[in-house]
Design a protein around this ligand. Structure first.
Ligand SMILES: Nc1nc2c(c(=O)[nH]1)N[C@H]1C(S)=C(S)[C@@H](COP(=O)(O)OP(=O)(O)OC[C@H]3O[C@@H](n4cnc5c(=O)[nH]c(N)nc54)[C@H](O)[C@@H]3O)O[C@H]1N2
Ligand SMILES: Nc1nc2c(c(=O)[nH]1)N[C@H]1C(S)=C(S)[C@@H](COP(=O)(O)OP(=O)(O)OC[C@H]3O[C@@H](n4cnc5c(=O)[nH]c(N)nc54)[C@H](O)[C@@H]3O)O[C@H]1N2
Ligand SMILES: [Mo]
Length: 558
């Protein structure tokens, strides 16, 4: 997030939530937003194909067809310019690329946008009016707009919107992706991406390479690596021979499960580091027991770039170890093995050669010192400061600096903000005669992804113990599903959902949360996981799969 949860909740005149089920999937922030709307009358615009909980509080709910967000956002900007709501000073002083972008927007008049998105013209006007007259407005999004072949385009379109309105670098504004996992922000910050070292320092940059070769005493890998969505399918292409999987359950979470299983099956060596024997564990040659968050000390970096201390509460269970100790142990053994075989790639690369290359950390505070030394955003961070209760949001320039709650104040990190001309493109699959429904996938409040953790909790299983697929009453009628028998809201109707990749069966929940023609499935239960149906088509830049749009057929199961 460019901004902080508190400045958004306290200052924004309006919120634009697009593609995020904020109250169910981000409940802490969701609660703050709910309060701001109820207590101080902040306006809310929600753009989501489903009627999620927070739409009850919305002034306007734009219920666009899944996969039409770029057209929707461009259409709103068309109207913002028509009414002269743009921030001319901001555009002139802080941005470049305006003219080419402005030309593209002229192609998105409301009638055309309404046809693509299914959103009535009057609602487009109403939303543009709120955006133009309520500043600052904070824009929030999550997987609803990124898990598409045009995920990056959607995000750029939102950046265009916020620059147009001058809502950048101010409290209550900003472009705010709501990060999903507790530490996904931290994992990205520290180099968990294939093209960067810690601190988003490019692997292809010569000066950066030298910095890390020097610090780690190691021969650095100088080329861009592969993303998760490329590594596993590369097994069957003969380009991946071994996988070290750490805290991921790809059999549940990657698109096109059948294909994932075939790749894992064919892989020469699969090493899995887990806290539970997951669905992926059956393919593991070796299973290493990691300790869970409660058994170790370290930090998580949350969605607003805040680095937070997490302290060990209990001793590691059984033979498990904190993940960093397992990884360090593996690294040391591999270095020793290379040396024994006379293959050390670099004379400095030895267990004795010093802390960084030797992996000889005494504790996670020492790891944080190394992070601070090498990662520009984390320069001022130490466990000591966090233990003293300092609330630090990166960038933290030095040991005295108090952190940065809002990014891009006065100027963008890259200098001038760049408008990008973004055209709408359709999703990879659209409904047709054979597969007439759009399936979208995501989460429910009660479960976490593949469900390894939440399906082990009795209380949760009592409330939500099996997969439920949302289907509209109009479609339920046509399929002759019976809402009145059985226990749940969908009665005991079972449906079979099929795509070009496979088929699952699930109980149906009949609800107008989804519009006619759309079903909503989750991937929390192995026996009816959405990913049996999804397709491994990727955004060309981010390589994120199109989890949010799949063409499917739906039948009643007797
Ligand atoms: N309880 C719980 N909370 C979680 C998680 C969990 O597993 N369980 N996972 C965490 C993680 S890692 C993540 S990434 C986040 C995800 O958080 P979110 O992205 O907020 O959640 P999703 O369920 O993926 O669905 C996003 C929303 O996108 C909408 N949507 C579907 N298709 C489209 C479309 O084409 N356009 C638009 N605009 N919207 C669309 C859906 O209706 C849904 O409301 O949640 C985090 N929080
Ligand atoms: N169809 C569809 N698929 C999706 C999505 C979607 O919206 N739709 N969303 C995608 C998104 S945004 C995400 S983030 C992914 C999530 O995909 P995954 O990360 O594969 O899902 P999780 O179930 O969270 O898997 C994490 C595993 O880590 C283990 N674990 C937990 N704590 C620890 C620990 O401290 N150490 C170790 N070693 N292991 C631990 C858990 O037991 C669990 O099995 O799913 C993606 N897949
Ligand atoms: Mo996620």
């Amino acid at each position: 997030m460019t901004n902080s949860m508190d400045d958004i909740a306290n200052v924004a005149e309006a919120f634009f939530i697009i593609g995020s089920n904020t109250t169910e999937q981000h409940p802490v922030f969701g609660t703050k937003l709910r309060r701001a709307i109820q207590r101080r009358g902040a306006k809310l615009i929600v753009a989501d194909p489903r009627r999620i909980d927070i739409t009850d509080l919305a002034t306007v709910h734009l219920q666009q067809r899944a996969g039409t967000d770029t057209a929707l956002i461009n259409g709103l900007m068309y109207l913002i310019y028509e009414k002269g709501y743009e921030d001319k000073d901001f555009i002139a002083e802080r941005t470049v690329g305006f003219d080419a972008y402005r030309e593209v927007i002229k192609d998105y008049p409301p009638e055309k946008v309404s046809e693509i998105t299914g959103v009535p013209v009057a609602l487009l006007h109403e939303a543009a009016e709120i955006m133009g007259t309520h500043k600052p407005m904070a824009t929030m999004w999550a997987m609803g707009i990124t898990q598409h072949i045009k995920g990056v385009r959607n995000v750029m379109a939102l950046a265009n919107l916020q620059m147009t309105l001058g809502n950048m670098g101010v409290p209550g504004g900003g472009t705010n992706p709501l990060r999903g996992q507790n530490n996904v922000q931290g994992a990205c910050d520290l180099g968990g991406l294939p093209n960067v070292y810690p601190g988003y320092q490019k692997v292809t940059d010569k000066a950066v390479q030298e910095k890390f070769i020097e610090a780690w005493g190691a021969t650095a890998n100088l080329s861009v690596g592969k993303t998760l969505t490329e590594m596993i399918p590369d097994v069957l292409k003969g380009k991946t021979n071994a996988l070290y999987i750490l805290g991921e359950d790809p059999v549940m979470s990657d698109p096109d499960t059948k294909h994932i299983r075939a790749n894992l099956e064919a892989c020469d060596f699969v090493l899995l580091q887990e806290i539970f024997p997951s669905e992926t564990a059956v393919y593991a040659d070796v299973l290493l027991p990691g300790s869970s968050f409660a058994e170790k000390t370290g930090t998580f970096t949350n969605t607003e770039r805040r680095i937070q201390m997490v302290r060990q509460a209990i001793q590691p269970i059984g033979d498990s170890l904190p993940d960093w100790q397992i990884t360090a142990g593996l690294a040391k053994r591999m270095i020793a093995l290379q040396q024994a075989q006379g293959n050390a790639l670099d004379p400095n690369l030895s267990v004795e050669s010093g802390r960084f290359a030797g992996w000889d950390y005494a504790n996670t505070a020492e790891i944080m010192d190394e992070i601070a030394a090498l990662t520009p955003q984390y320069t001022g961070v130490s466990h000591e400061r966090l233990e003293n209760g300092e609330r630090l949001q990166w960038p933290i320039r030095d040991k005295e600096h108090g952190g940065t709650p809002i990014l891009h104040v006065g100027r963008f990190a890259i200098g001038q903000g760049r408008f990008m001309p973004i055209e709408h493109i359709p999703p990879a699959e659209s409904p047709d005669d054979e597969y007439p429904f759009i399936m979208s996938t995501g989460r429910v409040l009660y479960h976490w992804h593949g469900g390894q953790m939440t399906r082990r909790v009795e209380g949760i299983m009592e409330v939500y113990g099996e997969s439920l697929v949302e289907i509209n009453p109009v479609d339920a009628d046509q399929l002759d599903l019976n809402p009145s028998t059985g226990s749940g809201q969908g009665g005991d109707s079972r449906i079979r959902i099929s795509s070009r990749r496979g088929s699952i069966e699930s109980k149906a929940i009949i609800t107008d949360r989804v519009p006619p023609g759309m079903v909503y499935t989750n991937f929390h239960f192995p026996e009816s996981s959405a990913n049996v149906l999804t397709q491994a088509v990727l955004d060309p830049v981010a390589k994120i799969p199109e989890f949010k749009v799949t063409a499917v057929s739906v039948e009643k199961v007797d």
